[in-house]
Design a protein around this ligand. Sequence first.
Ligand code: ZN
Length: 356
Amino acid sequence: MNCPSVARRWLLAVALFSVSCMALAYNPFQDDVSGTPQPSRWPNDSVTYYVNPTTGSNISTTGGGSVQQVIDNAFSMWESTPAPFNNLVLTDLKATDAGTSSLTAPNANDCQNVIGFDDTNTADFPTGTIAFTEVSTVSPAGTTYSCSGQQETSVLPSQLVDADIEFNPQIQFTTSLSPGSNQFVLESVALHEIGHLLGLDHSGLADAVMFPFGDTTAAGNRTSLSLDDLLGIAFLYPSPNFAASTGELSGTVELAGTGAFAAQVLVVDVSTGNVIMDRLTNADGTFNILGVPPGNYNLLVLPLAPNESVGLYTLGDFSGWSCGYGENSEPCCDPTIDRLCSGKLANPTNYTGKFY
Ligand SMILES: [Zn+2]
């Protein structure tokens, strides 16, 4: 019996909404499978979710729909929002509302994806946390894992097996799209956390729903998916439209005649000058960017030169790559696992370069 790796992602509130020069675009969760990063996803393009309807007075429904409607609507936006460049839906993702749950804290081992608003464990919400998603994966394919006591076997190289979302009961939310002062638009936060539940990590593009900071101003309340978000979900759960209506950029980055590992390749739209996508190169310097919308692009490459005093970087040196994942060798299948792994996540050194 193997155990899921558990990672937690928080959406943080910031006082100032600042756009840094970072240009990382959509970014799936990944597991290292025999040295190769494999995106984490749900099998069969299909995911089910439960909602714990217990909410406190911190959620206002004045001028908006019910909490359940907001959650259902957010899932449906990930499933069915057409891409702006061809008006086609690029993903085959199917999300199903499976009913209600009474779970009030994340449980990585029940294989039920629960969205809750009543997690009273204040330790789950470090200062500034709006909401978080705890995502569990197993790898490689053929791994057996426990699901509410039942033994299951994974079919994907990196498979999502459980994801739970908790909204901070100490933060003010509104189901309206016109927030009052100090209110977060619930749909905006739900879209972000559901992106994690579906397998997306943070994006560095500030107009993306998957940008890791939110605030209560209009700029911080993103209630529609950006192109980056749409390409990210299509990458994980592609419909035939994805390959048919987008292109691919591939090549090799060399530094002093050899393939440069983890060089950052930026795709710059010639007409606007905007960076629309990026990728890091593989160990041999190759890169392959899928899902590029029709257009004309320049590539800008930023190599990360190795530190000669310590030798070449390895995958493990990059916090954004494995940050927060429990190691397979760690004791697991244990109710304390999520605390254990969140303890790793809470290490500030894991965040350097990732969040700022
Ligand atoms: Zn997040």
